[in-house]
Ligand binder design. Structure first.
Ligand code: C2E
Ligand code: CA
Ligand code: CA
Length: 755
């Protein structure tokens, strides 16, 4: 037995939850990674942008300084051509037409002049000595560090100087800081700062608010030392820097700072100037501020995605739960009755049997006898109500440990507790269903055909138990009086035999293996044959003869009896016709007619056709039907019998006394003959009381104008008794067993004993 659907369901929900959580986590990780990648990309982008801006700014600085140098050279040429006395005024003019704010000049005679004005207190000798020592390039220009002694008068750490000849010099202080304030450097300054340093790192000039200078560092090296985290990356970076600078190369390095940031230092040599480097650097704490909106945006986007995911997950979960419920309904409910179905039954039975190991259970596999008839006569809707009532009434009579479900069509399955009251409870339940049906104007009785399987302790497979119950059910014929069969091993054997018979029935009919045998009916007063009963035999190809007891119930069950009975009837009529053709007066023959045949549509018309086709004389054919035919639809049956009689067919009631014979039937149904059941006769003849009953029955039937035929007469004694009580006709082994048709003809026609 399989375990529950609830675990299947929770497995599905768990699956969805796990999937959802995984998706959510994935989403989180992806967004995080995305943010990190974004951040990193942005950093790299800023870094390379900073570097390229740095290179551009460096070039601009070179150009500006070169331009200054050239302008100063032109002025020097001008001064060289001038008279010494005109120099101050030339200087004045030169400053006016140039871009210089300050223009300095020195020579031994005129002394130090600033913008043409003599600077009396400045030492001319010192100025000349220092200016002479500077390294002028091939164009005769010096751009570089202001010698320290001149820094104070000039007010700047850098200067440009050009010799004018005769030991004179013209020079200007370079206001790099003012230069850094111009647009050319705005990008660098906005992000960090600009510096001009010597190759050994001495800081010559800086842009406004330089944090390197603000923190009191005098050299770049000291700044880096003070500021870096001292780690390997930083050390390596500084090493790379110094290596590049000694080679005069440009580039950038990144130093990790003490407070957990990165500081990028971009550097390039000032080609115009001697031994000076242009530096720009920035710390990415500033970057963080810029990144904040980006980060905020990403986090927001992530959050939105996560919220969306949670909502979606909730939705999926709710839908899945709903779907589960629907699936469960579909999987466990029967749409016709609103009850449960086979799937549910399996799990229910499994659980109940597991919980109540000591309780004896029984499985009923049942259907409604002739449900087809209810369906056809009362319509599907009303027939369905019967099915619903079967489910609804069950719970009234049975406990919570018991369950009844519909499998399909009119097939039901019930698990019940196998106690002494079971039969009673089941009968009451059947009565309840019938009461409902009657209330619904369904006159046809609802009779349950049950296969029963008492569950054993060692049983564990529900399906096998259901199969066993079903095997038992199949042995019950719709017309059987006992509609319950309990499973047993020999039932399986019987089933095999049934299967064997069923697999051959059609072929046997086609190949005329079914033969009519005849048993004489004897007039014991005249001591002669008065007719015969046709009894079918199955003469197999191998010569064996199968008795009707073995196959008639099977055919009654599977409906094949309808074909066989009509076949027999036709065979009898045909033979009669042949005998008449041969000039022989045929004996009347009775033929057994099953209940199914009588119910078949056009039955009377078909009989009429036969009678006409074979010109059967009136009274030559007698139809034997059993009482049970009248169990239901009595009026309809009486109608059929009347119509048959109009065709000149005689009717006999077979097996009278075998069941619960009703004497009323004798008055209501226009039978010609009552056949007393052989078994009933044998039992009745034993004691006086019963003999009396039999006597009275014979009398009564006689006085009602019907004939009596007593079956199963086996002894002379019985014959004498019947003679005494006025029973004229008998049938039994005492006179003859059923014999084959050729035998019968030989015996009763050919030797002239037919009269
Ligand atoms: P049934 O209609 O009651 O037929 C009488 C049965 O009693 C026959 O059994 C017959 O051989 C048997 N019988 C006759 N005299 C004696 C006797 O003195 N002692 C004993 N013990 N039995 C006697 P059979 O031929 O085996 O048929 C059994 C049943 O099968 C029949 O009972 C009938 O219900 C059914 N049957 C036979 N042929 C047909 C048929 O063509 N159609 C239908 N629907 N049923 C048939
Ligand atoms: Ca019979
Ligand atoms: Ca009989």
């Amino acid at each position: 037995m399989k375990s529950g659907a609830s675990s299947r369901k929770s497995r599905a929900v768990r699956g969805i939850l796990i999937m959802g959580t995984v998706a959510l986590l994935t989403c989180l990780v992806v967004s995080l990674v995305l943010v990190l990648i974004l951040q990193d990309t942005y950093r790299k982008q800023v870094s390379s942008e900073f570097q390229s801006q740095h290179v551009a700014a460096g070039n601009s600085l070179n150009r500006i300084l070169n331009a200054d140098g050239e302008e100063l050279s032109r002025l020097a040429v001008q001064l060289l051509r001038s008279e010494r006395a005109d120099i101050p005024s030339e200087l004045e003019k030169g400053r006016e037409f140039s871009s210089f704010d300050e223009l300095w000049y020195v020579d031994a005679e005129l002394g130090v002049l600033k913008n043409g004005e003599p600077q009396e207190d400045l030492p001319v000798e010192l100025f000349l000595t220092l200016l002479m020592k500077l390294e002028y390039n091939e164009s005769g220009v010096y751009i570089g560090i202001t010698p320290s002694a001149l820094r104070w008068p000039l007010g700047q750490n850098a200067m440009t100087a050009v010799p004018v000849g005769d030991g004179a010099f013209v020079f200007i202080p370079l206001d790099l800081e003012a230069l850094f304030a111009t647009d050319v450097f705005s990008y660098q300054v906005s992000l960090g700062e600009c510096l001009v340093v010597t190759k050994v790192g001495e800081i010559i000039a800086w842009s406004e608010d330089s944090f390197i200078v603000d923190m009191g560092a005098e050299s770049l090296q000291q700044a880096v030392l003070d500021y870096s985290d001292g780690g390997r990356t930083s050390k390596q970076a500084w090493h790379n820097y110094t290596y590049d600078v000694t080679r005069g190369a440009s580039g950038y390095v990144t130093i990790l700072t003490r407070d957990g940031y990165r500081m990028q230092i971009s550097y390039c040599p000032l080609r115009s100037a001697q031994k000076l480097y242009f530096i720009s650097c920035y710390k990415d704490n500033l970057l963080e501020k810029r990144l904040q909106p980006l980060l905020f945006g990403s986090v927001l986007a992530c959050s939105i995605i996560i919220v969306f995911m949670i909502v979606a997950l909730g939705y999926v979960w709710a839908t899945a739960k709903n779907t589960n419920l629907t699936v469960e309904r579909l999987a466990y409910e029967d749409t016709v009755t609103g009850g449960k179905n086979l799937n549910y039954f399996r799990e229910f039975a499994f659980n109940v049997m597991l919980q109540s190991r000591e309780t004896p259970f029984v499985i009923y596999r049942f259907d409604i006898a002739n449900f087809r008839y209810i369906n056809e006569s009362y319509g599907h809707q009303r027939a369905d109500k019967v099915l619903v009532s079967c489910i609804e009434n069950f719970s009234k009579r049975f406990s919570e440990k018991e369950l009844c479900v519909r499998m399909d069509a009119d097939q039901f399955l019930a698990l019940m507790i196998n106690d002494s009251l079971l039969d009673k409870r089941f009968d009451e339940y059947n009565n309840d269903v019938n009461a409902d049906a009657r209330g619904n104007n369904i006159k046809y009785p609802v009779r349950f055909k049950c296969g029963i399987y008492p569950v054993k302790k060692q049983d564990h497979d529900i399906d096998v138990m259901i199969d066993h119950a079903n095997v038992a059910r199949k042995t019950v014929g719709s017309d059987s009086r006992n509609l319950r069969a309990v499973y047993s091993e020999h039932i399986v054997d019987d089933m095999r035999k049934v299967d064997h018979i069923e697999s051959r029935q059609q072929k046997a009919l086609a190949e005329n293996e079914f033969k009519v045998w005849l048993q004489p009916k004897w007039d014991i007063y005249a001591n002669r044959i008065t007719g015969a009963e046709a009894l079918v035999r199955w003469e197999r190809a191998d010569g064996t003869v199968v008795q009707p007891g073995q196959f008639i119930p099977v055919f009654e069950n599977n409906g094949f009896i309808e074909q066989l009975d009509f076949y027999t009837l036709e065979a009898v009529c045909r033979r009669m016709h042949e005998l008449i053709e041969e000039g022989v007066a045929p004996l009347p023959v009775s033929v057994n007619q099953s209940r199914l045949l009588l119910h078949s549509p056009d039955y009377v018309e078909n009989v009429e056709k036969l009678i006409k086709q074979y010109s059967v004389p009136a009274g030559a054919i007698e139809l034997e039907i059993t009482e049970s035919v009248f169990d239901n639809e009595r009026d309809e049956m009486i109608g059929i019998i009347r119509r048959l009689k109009l065709l000149g067919v005689r009717l006999s009631m077979d097996d009278f006394g075998a069941g619960y014979s009703s004497l009323k039937m004798l008055t209501e149904v226009p039978f010609d003959v009552i056949k007393i059941d052989g078994q009933f006769f044998a039992e009745s003849a034993r004691n006086d009381k019963e003999r009396l009953i039999l006597t009275k029955i014979v009398e009564m039937v006689d006085s009602l104008g019907m004939e009596v035929v007593c079956e199963g007469v086996e002894s002379e004694e019985q014959v004498n008794f019947l003679q005494r009580i006025g029973c004229r006709k008998v049938q039994g082994y005492y006179f003859s067993r059923p014999v084959s048709e050729p035998d019968f003809i030989r015996r009763y026609y050919k030797n002239g004993s037919e009269n």
